[in-house]
Design a protein around this ligand. Structure first.
Ligand SMILES: O=C(CO)COP(=O)(O)O
Length: 248
């Protein structure tokens, strides 16, 4: 798909009613009800939102998927097949908050990626360095280690999201130069090391807002945005989607 992709990551926010209202508000906006717009809602609301989105263009996304492939005795887990069953098109894999709070590592993330791909869901591998890693200067090495998962994947369509940890929820957006440097490095690494599908697409995430979306989306090698806080406000998210729509 050409053009820019926008995925809103709601994280652990909303209630059944507010999740429904948010999706309803987005569906009313032609800029948002597009196949290049996705919403990553909390797992417990995905089924209801999937039903609401049937026949519409906005894509449903999950925030995580189990590393276990098949049904079975894995209390609390949600499989890729379950996510596919309720209409998820995308799933986030290895978000920095999951790496931080759940110690997710490359072997687990590879299993999650493969499970999503086997279920026909496009996984979005999230990578990014902490402030300390950036200040130490070895941030590219950190990102390459996170990307190493992709070298183990044989086929299938996936996305990458570059989210510098220091820019998430902080209001500190990376500069356009920093974004361009990393996105270009990610694509070069993938060309040399991964067995990608048709194209390598890299989204940027970290304090993307209505005010900065257009300049970020116009930056070299930025194929879209993964939006946290601003995706919880229908007006802000609409403006970000509008900025993306102008660039098709
Ligand atoms: O983590 C993010 C999206 O996955 C970014 O969050 P913010 O847009 O709130 O900084």
């Amino acid at each position: 798909m050409a053009g820019k992709l926008i995925i809103g990551n709601w994280k652990m926010n909303t209630r059944a009613q507010s999740a429904q209202s948010l999706v309803d508000a987005l569906l009313e906006q032609p800029a948002c009800d597009q196949p290049w717009v996705g919403v990553a809602a909390p797992a417990v609301y995905l089924a209801a939102l999937g039903a609401r989105l049937q026949g519409r263009s906005i894509r449903l996304a999950a925030q995580d998927v189990s590393a276990f492939a098949s049904d079975g005795a894995y209390t609390g887990e949600i499989s890729a097949a379950m996510l596919q069953d309720i209409g998820c098109a995308y799933v986030l894999v290895g978000h920095s908050e999951r790496r931080q709070y759940f110690a997710e590592n490359n072997p687990q993330l590879l299993a999650k990626m493969n499970n999503a791909l086997a279920a026909g869901i496009v996984p979005v591998l999230c990578v990014g360095e902490t402030l300390e890693q950036r200040e130490q200067g070895d941030y590219l090495e950190v990102i390459y280690q996170q990307l190493a998962v992709l070298a183990e994947i044989n086929a299938g369509e996936y996305l990458i999201a570059y989210e510098p940890v220091w820019a998430i929820g902080t209001g500190k957006v990376a500069t356009l130069e920093q974004i361009a440097e990393i996105h270009s490095a990610i694509k070069t690494w993938c060309l040399q090391n991964a067995k990608p599908s048709a194209s390598i697409r890299v989204l940027y995430g970290g304090s993307v807002k209505a005010e900065n979306a257009e300049s970020i989306l116009m930056t070299d090698n930025v194929d879209g945005a993964l939006v946290g806080g601003a995706s919880l406000d229908a007006g802000s998210f609409r403006m970000i989607c509008q900025a993306a729509g102008k660039l098709i």
